[in-house]
Structures are given as structure tokens and as C-alpha cells.
Design a protein around this ligand. Structure first.
Ligand code: ADE
Length: 497
């Protein structure tokens, strides 16, 4: 990911970000942080970039011209280097440009997740009393504040944003688990943690943590997280309670709604509409909308009157992808959102808490089976092979999934026999076994591995199987997964369909 920070103090920004985890990621080429000195674009003899404010008032204002020229130099570079269709050679289309200001929308984890989807992010730092409004109108796409206080300039705010976004970029955090089990995950604050010694200042570590009973430990941690959120962040706690109520409703048809429940548990689901039994969620991480209507009545309309509880969600995030959980709404949703149905599938869910047996499939310690088979996480070098074999998946998505540590392969002496992975919405999928190695339990080994990995991190393993994929259906059933009675329907923008 590339950050471009427009500032009067570029050395301050780089000095802060070139160390620690962001520094390491920069060295490894996973992040590129460029600080552009706005003063370099001043046309003034003395390199001035500020002037008095029209209408009077204390202090100086940053002028439009140097700010615009600095931004344009970056926007043009981005347009030229852009390999994607976003803005080939055309910098008039807005590059995502954040102006950090106390007047902006409060920065949040959800916002960080949204920014992390961009390939290029420009951040503009102000100084003095602010920046001439006219240039802001032309270049800024997002106004962001890091809190209700006033800093001397935007640099510290820009650094906060870069740091929070960077750690969500695949491969930046080496320990992938830590990006998941953290504060704000699942709308809860993190539980208290302890390290050695077990007694310090006569305070003992909670006894449960020393028992080795992981199930009980997980339960205790969850309770502590709920308690802590209620005490320290009543605002977050209210959101959590609301989503728990929605989860309860979704659980009346658990197999059909496992995808929605998973989005809530990831902590990235926003409620767009909830009235009686009709629910529309938006997943900030994946840009997917999920709809269900639990009412049995055939007259229940789809998003009655199209009234949104949080209108801003739909205006900021156009509905390009919608998963419906009832067939009767397909036609209306296609019309309302200008979408086209791209597939219908059944959800398959592994409902047990006990791991799936691995004997005869693979060794959980990572060593080779007697036949030489070993399961390993895929790395960047495998991206080409995967894309060539799995043609329906876009190349960029494959790379992103591999870098996120979401894909695994079955190998014998470095030869890949097949692969499988976790989609960004949490489903197990992307299963492929090369023809020469089929009917040798390779697929079973791969899916079992991912099922058990999900159970290790407290997630419910699930997948979605299209009608025509008979072999995957058999495999899922053979692994003890249960299939939803009815189907779910994927709708996408017409041009992608
Ligand atoms: N610039 C000055 N104060 C700021 C704040 N609180 N957030 C973002 N940018 C700022």
C-alpha cells in the first residue's frame, strides 16, 4: 500500500513512521510512505506558503496554490503508475485524499478498515489556522479528526492514521492472529492479560488462566471483555447488545445465516436496516451487504419503503454486492440496486465444537505423512499457479488472500497437489486439486485442516456450495457438515455479473 503525506514537516512524519513495525514493513516493501514537502511547490521567492485571512482574524492560512500543486504532483504520479482501471492517466478523478482536521469525522477502526482497501492514500496535513477552503473543495474526499482536541498541525494525526491502516495491510503484522483478537474485535474491548510472574505485588493471576482448560479460559476471557466494555465504553456496549439481539434472531435459522453471524462476530458488520424480522447488514471489511427476512409471511416486503436507519452507509458504500437469504426478494433487489443474480448456493456448516479427525489425512505437527504429504501455508510465489488453476478468481484477490495467510496447499516434495483457502467473508472455499491427485483424500485433508484451524480461533467453519458442485457437496457432508435447507443468492453489479 502506498501512502503519500503532504506536509510542511515531512521529516517529522518519516521520522515517526520509519521505525518499529511500519519501518520494517517499509524495508520489506509492503508499505511505501512518501512525505511530500508542500513548501517545495511554493511559487514565492521566499518559499512562503501562508498568507493573511480575508475578512480578518488571527493567524495565517495555508494558500491554495502550493497545496494544490503538491497534491497534483502526487495524483499524476498515481494515475501514471496505476495498473488498474481506476484512473488510467486521469488525475481529475479523485484519489482518496484525507484532510486531517479537528472538524473531521472521528477516526475509528471501521474507518481504518475502509482506508486499508485502497492501494493509494493521500493525507493532507494542515498548519497555521488551516487551509484555503477552495483547494479543500477540489481535492479532499474525507475529512478526518483523531479526537476532540486541537494539535499544532496535522502530522501527528496523519501518523496515527497511517499506523492504524498499515497494520491491516496483509503481511505487515507477522503474527496474523493479533490483528484479529484485539480491542474492538467483535465490538468488544480486549480482555485483561497477564504474564510472568504469577504473583506480583501480592496480586495473583486469575486462577482460571493457569488451568490449561482452553475452553473455560476462552469463556472467561469473553465474559471479561463484555464486562470491561460495559464499564469503560457504554457506547460500544450498546452496539454490541444490539448485534447480539440480531444474532439471536438469525440463530432461528442458523445454517442459512452462518455468513451473517460470522460478519457480526468479526466485528465488521454495521446494521443498515432492522425492523421486526427484516435485517440488512453491511460488512465494512468486504463491502458485502447481507439481507434476510425471517418472517414467514409472503407479503412482507423487501426493505419496506426503502427507509434506512443509517442512510449514510448506503450513500457512502454503494451496494455492489448483496447476499439475499430468501429467493422471493431476488427480483425486487435486482431492480432496486441495479444488480444481477450471479449464483445461488447452499451454506454448509460444521456445527460441532470438536475438531475433525485428521488421521490418514495430514500431520498437525507440520511433518510429512508416510506418503510425503504435508500441508503448508501458501506464499507469494504460489500466486501464479493458483490463478492459473482457479480461473474464476481474480489475480489480485488471489494475491491478497495468499498475503493474508488465508491459503494453504498440499505438497509432496515441494510439488503442489492442490490448494484451498478462506475467503475474505470467512467462508472456506477456493478448493482445487490437480487432476492427477484427485480421489486421494487431498481435498479432504485441505478442508479438514481449515475446519480445525477455524475451530482453534473460535470461529464456526462454513462454506457455500453452488448447485452444480456435486463433489464439494459430498465432501462437506462426508466431513459431517450440515447443509442449509434453503439457498442464498449472490447479486452483483451488472458489469461484474
Ligand atoms: N489537526 C489538528 N488537530 C487535529 C485533530 N484533532 N485531528 C486531526 N487533525 C488535526
Amino acid at each position: 500500500m502506498n501512502f503519500h503525506i503532504l506536509s510542511l514537516f515531512p521529516e517529522m512524519v518519516l521520522g515517526g513512521l520509519a521505525t518499529s513495525i511500519t519501518g520494517r514493513a517499509m524495508k520489506q516493501g509492503k508499505l511505501n510512505i512518501e512525505a511530500v514537502d508542500i513548501r517545495d511547490f511554493s511559487k514565492d521567492r521566499n518559499k512562503r506558503v501562508d498568507d493573511y485571512t480575508y475578512g480578518g482574524g488571527a493567524g495565517m492560512l495555508m494558500q491554495a496554490q502550493p497545496v494544490y500543486d503538491a497534491w497534483e504532483s502526487v495524483a499524476k504520479k498515481i494515475a501514471q503508475n496505476s495498473v488498474t482501471k481506476t484512473f488510467p492517466g486521469d488525475c481529475s478523478k479523485k484519489v482518496r485524499t484525507i484532510y486531517v482536521t479537528p472538524q473531521g469525522t472521528p477516526f475509528s477502526q471501521a474507518m481504518a478498515e475502509d482506508f486499508a482497501k485502497e492501494e493509494e492514500l493521500v493525507i493532507l496535513c494542515g498548519h497555521y489556522e488551516g487551509i484555503d477552503e477552495r483547494v479543500l473543495e477540489e481535492i479532499v474526499t474525507d475529512y478526518v479528526s483523531i479526537g476532540d482536541y486541537v494539535l499544532t498541525g496535522g502530522e501527528l494525526a496523519a501518523m496515527v492514521i497511517v499506523d492504524a491502516v498499515s497494520r491491516l495491510v496483509p503481511g505487515v503484522l507477522h503474527n496474523e492472529v493479533s490483528a484479529e483478537t484485539e480491542s474492538f474485535h467483535g465490538n468488544l474491548l480486549e480482555y485483561p492479560q497477564y504474564s510472568r510472574p504469577s504473583v506480583w505485588h501480592e496480586k495473583e493471576v486469575p486462577a482460571i488462566l493457569l488451568t490449561g482448560n482452553q475452553k473455560e479460559i476462552d469463556k472467561w476471557r469473553r465474559e471479561q471483555a463484555v464486562l470491561r466494555t460495559r464499564q469503560r465504553r457504554p457506547d460500544l456496549f450498546r452496539t454490541y447488545c444490539r448485534l447480539e439481539k440480531i444474532k439471536e434472531a438469525l440463530c432461528t435459522e442458523k445454517l442459512l445465516h452462518t455468513d451473517m453471524i460470522a460478519a457480526i462476530d468479526r466485528g465488521s458488520a454495521k446494521v443498515v436496516f432492522w425492523k421486526k424480522e427484516e435485517i440488512l447488514l453491511y460488512d465494512l471489511q468486504t463491502d458485502i451487504y447481507y439481507h434476510t427476512n425471517l418472517s414467514q409471511s409472503s407479503r412482507q416486503s423487501f426493505l419496506q419503503g426503502f427507509v434506512m436507519e443509517e442512510n449514510d452507509v448506503l450513500s457512502k458504500h454503494p451496494c455492489n454486492c448483496l447476499v439475499l437469504h430468501q429467493q422471493k426478494f431476488v427480483k425486487r433487489a435486482e431492480l432496486l440496486f441495479e444488480l444481477k443474480k450471479t449464483m445461488s448456493c447452499n451454506q454448509v456448516v460444521y456445527t460441532r465444537h470438536e475438531k475433525a479427525p485428521v488421521s490418514g489425512l495430514y500431520r498437525p505437527d507440520g511433518k510429512c505423512m508416510p506418503n510425503g504429504l504435508v500441508i503448508k501455508q501458501l506464499t507469494k510465489e504460489h500466486a501464479k499457479l493458483v490463478s492459473e488453476a482457479y480461473l474464476t478468481m481474480d489475480k489480485e484477490y488471489v494475491e491478497e488472500r495468499i498475503l493474508s495467510g488465508a491459503m494453504i496447499g498440499a505438497f509432496v516434495e515441494e510439488k503442489m497437489l492442490g490448494f484451498c483457502g478462506n475467503h475474505n467473508d470467512g467462508e472456506i472455499g477456493m478448493l482445487y486439486v490437480y487432476p492427477d491427485y484427485r480421489r486421494q483424500k487431498v481435498a479432504k485433508a485441505l478442508v479438514t485442516y481449515l475446519i480445525n484451524q477455524k475451530l482453534d480461533t473460535g470461529q464456526v467453519p462454513f462454506g457455500q456450495i453452488v448447485d452444480t458442485n456435486e463433489s464439494s457437496r459430498k465432501l462437506a457432508e462426508g466431513l459431517g457438515m450440515y447443509t442449509s435447507k434453503t439457498q442464498l443468492y449472490w447479486l452483483e453489479k451488472k458489469e461484474n455479473a
